[in-house]
Design a protein around this ligand. Structure first.
Ligand code: MG
Length: 368
């Protein structure tokens, strides 16, 4: 099914084709439209920003460069901000407090967690007042209570649903209760299925790995609330023109596409330029930025020039064309503009390689 047919899509920003998946042929009308819209910031046509947290707004306990200033400037323009996290273990108040410690002002009402989205899914399917077996950290049970559900901890309490989210103390006993309840016919909802969590000593087990234990024991498959599935983003967007901003293609960008929302990838987190260049269709962002400052800059435009083998893709002073060994970049242009032009070319041509020289040209973005 096509992306357009899958879901209603928010109108893209007026001047947007920056690194987008469908570069338009150059026309006089397109050039004129670009010229009149050039002063608009990317965020100008957005009603609500759906901001990923780790790797986008902060990096663990550290602020991400420019994030606090960019978020504040977007608020001043009247854009609503929602901090959207797959982290199910913390209540919104704790997430907002952590944001504050990294310099980003946030209220609990602006935080949307996968626990909240999971609890809403249970209410939608089972109704308020339903008994729910809760597996996970305090954020999971709190979200259930806030949604009018009744948390229980044993399958013997005859829950009609299981809500499973991450918690560092989740062990065999809790997972086994979940398996008993699922086998007995309870609706099974996972807050998210991230398989690993980034920790100083390396990737640690994420909720997806604990969900896999219950899946293995029951043969059942959960509904999933968090990114890249739609419920969390749908709830946060609430029908408004939204822009999803994140560092990960497989959750943030894929989730935006699944929800029919525009997306901005930023180079401050997990996924590097190589992943963007090689992204499969369902993980291709509409916009590419070095960091959240991209929200306040005009939406970049990639223009295709020429036809056939002479085609080239231009963004700012950067120009990319197809050489004998794959895509090459002419001299000149900022790395971000080279990346935008290269992505437009790669995503249009599909079967073309990217030369090592071009990959080197965009690599400064990975070191920022
Ligand atoms: Mg992230």
């Amino acid at each position: 099914m096509s992306r357009r047919a899958r879901a209603p899509r928010a109108p893209p920003p007026a001047s947007s084709t920056s690194g987008g998946p469908r570069p338009r042929p150059t026309t006089t009308r397109a050039r004129a439209r670009t010229a009149t819209a050039v002063a608009d910031a990317l965020v100008a046509s957005v009603e609500v920003l759906l901001l990923d947290l780790d790797g986008t707004v902060y990096a663990g306990d550290r602020p991400v460069r420019g994030a606090a200033e960019a978020v504040a400037a977007c608020r001043e323009r009247g854009v609503a901000v929602r901090f959207v996290t797959n982290n199910a273990s913390l209540p919104p108040e704790d997430v907002a407090a952590h944001l504050g410690r990294t310099g980003v002002r946030a209220s609990a009402e602006e935080v949307r967690t996968s626990s909240q989205a999971g609890a809403s899914l249970v209410v939608d399917r089972c109704g308020a007042g339903a008994r729910v077996l809760v597996v996970g950290g305090p954020g999971v049970a709190l979200a259930c209570r806030a949604a009018g559900l009744v948390p229980v901890t044993s399958a013997d309490d005859e829950p009609v649903a299981v809500l499973q989210g991450f918690g560092p103390d989740v062990g065999w006993a809790a997972l086994t209760e979940a398996a008993y309840a699922v086998r007995a016919g309870a609706l099974w909802v996972a807050t998210n299925v991230d398989t690993v969590l980034a920790r100083e000593r390396g990737p640690a087990l994420g909720n997806g790995s604990l969900v896999a234990a219950v899946r293995t024991a029951t043969g059942a498959e959960p509904l999933v609330a968090g990114k890249p599935e739609r419920p969390l983003l749908d709830a946060a967007a609430d029908g408004r023109r939204a822009l999803v901003v994140g560092d990960r293609l497989d959750t943030d960008v894929a989730g935006a596409r699944a929800a029919g929302l525009s997306s901005l990838w930023v180079a401050t987190g997990v996924d590097a330029t190589a992943a963007v260049l090689d992204a499969p269709p369902h993980q291709r962002p509409d916009h590419l930025g070095a960091d959240l400052g991209a929200l306040l800059a005009p939406a970049a435009t990639v223009v295709r020039e020429g036809e056939g083998p002479q085609r080239s893709w231009r963004c700012g002073d950067a120009q990319v064309r197809r050489g004998p060994d794959g895509l090459v970049a002419e001299d000149g242009g900022q790395p971000l503009d080279v990346l935008r032009a290269a992505c437009a070319a790669r995503w249009e041509l599909e079967d073309v390689a990217v030369t090592d020289d071009l990959r080197r040209r965009v690599s400064p973005l990975d070191a920022r």
